[in-house]
Ligand binder design. Structure first.
Ligand code: GDP
Length: 457
């Protein structure tokens, strides 16, 4: 959207379906008199006052009755003139209201367009706008709390503080470059080195809080694989605490890929239960096997489930050679879950002397709690939810790149006394951080971010 887009946009702001109340929201930089007159039969509305009105069609027939709320620019969510109509939450009535607004000159809003306008009118920065979408989508109380923190600007404040520190450093370094006769003195100044180190430590700190926060948002994806009947579906059920997958003693029943999203102390775990990866001629099962490999490729962690009464093989590679033939270099993300220990006599927990092997009984729920903790630890989730921000992948990438650039600049300074290289690294690091709050972001990226929001937000 261009900053001078004068269209009045309209959308239903409440969730689709039946509801006690349904809200239609209009926003535009132009004055909204046409809507006051045509829709409410009033010449004007007092800002920030709830006014009980009839909402009228072009013939003056009442579409609905409810509350009209008017916010004049810039004191509104979007920073524009905003009219909110709170009527009854039925789809027909809300659709008629929308149609009437369009008749009067509004156009339908794109997903996220209200938030996009709020961002373009400086009502919030990009990280705050993203936090609104994340709050709406939050799947746990802790996730919602972290999203609120970001929405209120706590994350942005930290990012801005990092940017400030970078600017100070850049001023120092660039001054040194501008006065070459004193450059060496400038660059070996202890203050510069100390500030650089302080910046590195601050960046690491924010990155680690953001990483924890991103686990609250996205969690990890775990794929369950293993021969038929080893207990994959039972493990999925034990982790989920409900009967998501069919547990059936006949081999080869889980033909499709099943997905379950469960919470492990606030961290979402996306569990994918795949068809048993076995040699088969059956077309349907072959398709299941093909899909299983696709899931394995994308997963954060692959859990190879084995039957404790059948296998005593200590070497991961020997248990599952097919995996290591396909992915010879990435064994870090594989673990073995030794199931059915109620029948084998193994103790629950990590098995001594075996490669990343955790013993449980899915059916008897022995060792399952320990396994969930092990899973959390394996992605670095520390269970601490205080002070986190619901960060997104793009924030983590930017923070990570900024950290690498500052470290590289520091290295250049130490090994070569190269002020120009340090200055350039610091400049790029600043751009990376500024991208988080949207001070420096391409239109293309903005479009992608806002289009993933819901309509009416
Ligand atoms: P899948 O084919 O790998 O998904 O295996 P299922 O989860 O369908 O389980 C196959 C059979 O093993 C079922 O009869 C389960 O009840 C049984 N089973 C699963 N987990 C355990 C366990 O921990 N102990 C015992 N004794 N049986 C189990």
């Amino acid at each position: 959207m261009l900053k001078n887009d004068t269209d009045v946009i309209v959308a239903i702001a409440t969730a689709p379906g039946r509801g006690g109340v349904g809200v239609v929201r209009l926003s535009g930089m132009v004055d909204l008199n046409a809507f006051f007159v045509g829709l409410l039969a009033r010449p004007a509305l007092s800002p920030r006052c709830a006014t009980f009105c009839s909402f009228l069609d072009d013939q003056g027939e009442v579409i609905d009755q409810g509350i009209a709320l008017y916010f004049s620019n810039p004191h509104s969510f979007t920073g524009e003139n905003v009219l909110e109509l709170q009527g009854h939450g039925g789809m027909v009535v809300l659709d008629r209201l929308i149609a009437r607004c369009v008749e009067l000159g509004a156009r339908l809003a794109r997903p996220g367009e209200f938030s996009e306008r709020a961002f373009l009118n400086d009502k919030m920065d990009l990280a705050q706008a993203e936090a609104i979408a994340d709050l709406i989508d939050a799947s746990s109380i802790q996730g919602a709390r972290s999203a609120v923190r970001s929405m209120q600007g706590e994350f942005s404040v930290l990012i801005c503080a990092l940017v400030e520190k970078l600017i100070e450093l850049r001023i120092h370094v660039e001054a040194a470059i501008d006065f070459p006769e004193e450059e060496i003195d400038f660059l070996v100044d202890e203050r510069l080195l100390k500030n650089l180190q302080a910046l590195v430590s601050d960046l690491r700190n924010v990155l680690s809080r953001a990483q924890q926060g991103s686990l609250l948002r996205d969690g990890m994806t775990v794929v369950l694989v293993g021969k038929p009947n080893v207990g994959k579906s039972s493990l999925l059920n034990a982790l989920a605490g409900n009967e998501a997958a069919i547990v059936n003693p006949t081999a080869g029943t889980t033909r499709d890929v099943l997905r379950e999203r469960i919470l492990l102390d606030a961290m979402p775990l996306n569990v994918v239960d795949t068809a048993g990866l076995r040699e088969t001629e059956d077309e349907v099962e072959l398709e299941g096997v093909r899909r299983a490999w696709l899931e394995i490729e994308k997963a954060d962690l692959v859990m190879l489930v084995a039957d404790a009464t059948e296998t005593d093989e200590p070497d991961l590679r020997a248990i599952w050679p097919e995996y290591f033939e396909r992915f010879p270099h990435v064994d870090q993300s594989v673990m073995v879950v030794l199931n059915k220990i109620d029948r084998s006599g193994h103790s629950p927990g990590l098995v001594e002397g075996r490669d990343r092997t955790f013993a449980i009984s899915a059916k008897e729920k022995i060792g399952v709690a320990g396994l969930t903790q092990y899973l959390q630890r394996s992605v670095g989730f520390n269970g601490q939810c205080e002070g986190l921000f619901l960060a997104r992948r793009r924030h983590l990438d930017a923070l990570q790149k900024a950290l690498e650039l500052v470290l590289e600049g520091n290295r250049q300074l130490e090994i070569a006394g190269a002020g120009e290289l340090l200055a350039e690294d610091l400049r790029q690091a600043q751009q990376q951080l500024a991208g988080i709050t949207g001070q420096f972001t391409s239109d293309d990226l903005l479009g992608r971010i806002f289009s993933s929001f819901c309509i009416g937000k």
